[in-house]
Design a protein around this ligand. Structure first.
Ligand code: GLC
Length: 647
């Protein structure tokens, strides 16, 4: 049961799509000091949710601030990341969910001082608070997913492996990446084009000297089964002659400064204006410009710098020190000041500072692009964004931003996945191998073994770091093995993604959601459930050859290496699973099945129905389609039956 509690006159966030009945007396929380909501937690209570935040799956012990923020230094105590996902579930003495639907700053203190108190401080007094009640944490999450609308449905090729790097400067360099993957026999479905494909980092342009004949180039790549995925940044370069800039100025589609002039901020292209994505017309205009790309045959995009990221403004020079008088211990002052310096015009005519609706900016950019692409293409598109708010999951996925090549970040990737799923973001993943810093061969192989199970599987790294394409490392056969596992599992992974999205359910869950009565399973954070059949227990440490795995029930242990799959039934309880770097071990639940396909070099070669069934079950309901149709429904499921073993 979901109930809505209304405070003031909230700005429309578009997060909730269902009609939710209104209540009058707010349960579970007491309201203190204006808009601070508090609640006492039981000693053993677990608190789930909060999507893209640091720390583990159980958010208890931390302090998290929803205020979308571009900072690549993902410290343990970093309060804000790129997204604002204000949904929590308290699971314990009292079990309920709460979604604080406000685009302004919210501080979640989840018992950070050990006093046993959960406190949620909302900066705005205009708020919709949704309380979800149900039969346990998983049921509560499903009800929440039920009111926020169906997840984005990417095409099949978006589930392939993608290579990316900031620094690919020419078409020739990109072709070389494709060639090298092919030579190494490593499957690949797409290559991302970072800012260097553009003419001086101007959106909706291609640098014709470095990427000549782009339409032909895109078509040629597609013939090889490869998609190109360009980046699109939020800021529009201020430059007479740049049509997008001129149209935006003429139509009032840009955010304004205090004097009513178009606000200026420096990002990659130099000084830019920020599209006012809060205006419906501005969204339609910006989304319509993706026609530039679709006209070139492009169908996948990553939207970036949309917190929005700001290097300097007309009021604050780049290296200006933070203003000490405006101290806020949780955020560098200059960002607070920047976001107070520019304004949106809401469709109801109100003018409002970005600071007050800050967390919606990236989400509204995703919405603009998603709506535009839906009109422009007769097939499904790929879209993932850096910044987000709940609701954006209906238009695109997200990646978790500028992580680093460290084992800690790999572990964080594992923690992020279920938390993001709880908030609607099924299509997500991290920069595999790490964005900043230098990835070792070992780290990349172990990271790939995790990314095999995340919908977005993209290797991305920053300019100036060690080059991280798989073929650059010794013995590429090992990389081929791990990435080919992804492709062999795609009949299952694609099917489970589509079923989860169509049923408004989670794809990636903590063990506690499937085994709520198992005390040990409730505490485990480094193993995950992937769809209805698989449990993973990845290796997240350097220098080890195996790990201890906890099995809440007997399962089939599947070992995949260059020889293929080997299955073994194993009992419940703890066991040690050895996995050399070129091997992935995962588990299939008792009585369940996993359909696996033949090795392929990209999704265009795949036959989703040509499968072999692994596991001890008898029937598997497999979602199958052509990989791009917009008409997706559960009616596209077929039943795969295991032949009855004799005897
Ligand atoms: C941002 C993005 C990163 C990208 C870089 C250059 O840091 O998060 O993925 O490579 O900008 O565009």
């Amino acid at each position: 049961m979901v109930t809505q509690y209304l405070f003031g006159v909230p700005v429309e966030t578009f997060a909730v799509t269902a009609e939710v009945p209104k209540g009058t007396e707010l349960p579970y929380f007491s309201q203190e000091k204006g808009m601070t909501f508090t609640c006492a937690l039981g000693a053993e209570d677990i608190v789930y949710g909060l999507g893209e935040t640091m720390r583990g799956i159980n958010k208890r012990g931390g302090r998290y601030i929803s205020f979308n923020y571009d900072d690549h230094n993902h410290r343990d105590d970093m309060p804000s990341m790129y997204g604002a996902h204000n949904f929590i579930v308290v699971d314990g003495e009292q079990t309920f969910g709460a979604f604080f639907d406000t685009p302004a700053k919210v501080v979640f203190d989840v018992d950070s001082d050990g006093s046993g108190q959960l406190s949620v401080a909302c900066e705005s007094s205009d708020l919709r608070l949704y309380i979800v009640e149900g039969r346990g944490a998983y049921d509560i999450v499903r009800q929440f997913l039920g009111i926020i609308g169906r997840s984005f449905l990417p095409p099949l090729w978006a589930f392939g492996y993608g290579q990316s790097r900031w620094g690919y400067k020419t078409a020739r360099e990109v072709s070389r990446v494709a060639d090298k993957y092919r030579e190494a026999g490593i499957p690949l479905d797409y290559i991302c084009l970072d800012i260097d494909y553009m003419d001086r980092y101007i959106d909706f342009t291609v640098n014709r000297r470095r990427f000549p004949k782009m339409a032909e180039y895109t078509a040629g790549m597609l013939e090889r089964g490869l998609h190109l995925v360009p980046i699109v940044d939020a800021g529009v370069k201020i430059e007479p002659g740049n049509a997008v800039y001129e149209e935006g100025v003429q139509n009032g589609y840009f955010c304004k400064n205090r004097d009513g002039r178009d606000f200026q901020a420096e990002v990659w292209p130099g000084m830019t204006h920020f599209p006012d994505f809060m205006q419906e017309k501005a969204r339609a205009w910006f989304g319509g410009h993706y026609q530039f790309y679709t006209g070139l045959g492009l169908e996948g995009f990553w939207n970036d710098m949309n917190e929005p990221a700001i290097f300097s403004t007309e009021y604050r020079k780049k290296d200006a020190p933070p203003d000490a008088d405006r101290g806020d211990p949780d955020q560098p002052d200059r960002h607070i000041a920047d976001f107070k310096d520019f304004f949106h015009r809401l469709d109801d005519g109100r003018h409002i500072s970005n600071y007050k609706v800050h967390n919606l900016y990236g989400a509204m950019m995703t919405r603009a692009s998603g709506e535009g692409l839906s009109k422009l293409l007769d097939r499904r598109y790929l879209l993932f964004s850096r910044s987000s708010y709940i609701g954006a999951h209906r238009y695109g996925g997200i990646w978790t931003g500028d992580n680093a090549s460290t084992w800690k970040m790999l572990r964080q990737n594992v923690y992020h996945m279920p938390s993001l799923n709880m908030c609607g973001f099924l299509y997500s993943g991290a920069d595999t191998g790490g964005f900043g810093g230098n990835a070792s061969r070992e780290l990349l192989l172990r990271w790939l073994a995790v990314s095999v199970f995340t919908p977005l599987m993209r290797n991305h790294s920053a300019i100036g770091t060690r080059k991280q394409e798989c073929y650059r490392f010794r013995n590429t056969e090992d990389f081929k093995t791990i990435i080919s596992l992804r492709y062999r599992l795609l009949p299952y992974l694609y099917s489970e993604y589509m079923k989860a999205a169509l049923r408004q359910d989670m794809l990636i869950r903590p063990l506690a959601f499937d085994y709520p009565d198992d005390k040990k399973a409730r505490e485990i954070e480094d193993q995950l459930m992937i769809g209805e059949s698989i449990m993973i227990a990845p290796i997240l440490e350097p220098g080890v050859k195996g790990r201890i795995v906890y099995l809440p029930e007997p399962m089939t242990e599947v070992r995949y290496n260059r020889e293929g799959f080997t299955c073994m039934d194993v009992g419940a309880g703890e066991r040690t699973a050895m996995a050399p770097l070129n091997t992935v071990v995962f588990y299939i639940r008792q009585g369940r099945l996993v359909p696996v396909g033949e090795p392929v070099s990209n999704t265009a070669e795949m036959d989703l129905l040509d499968v072999e069934l692994l596991g001890s079950g008898t029937v598997y309901e497999q979602y199958v389609d052509d990989g791009y149709t917009k008409a997706c429904s559960l009616e596209r499921c077929v039943l795969q039956r295991r032949e009855q073993a004799e005897g």
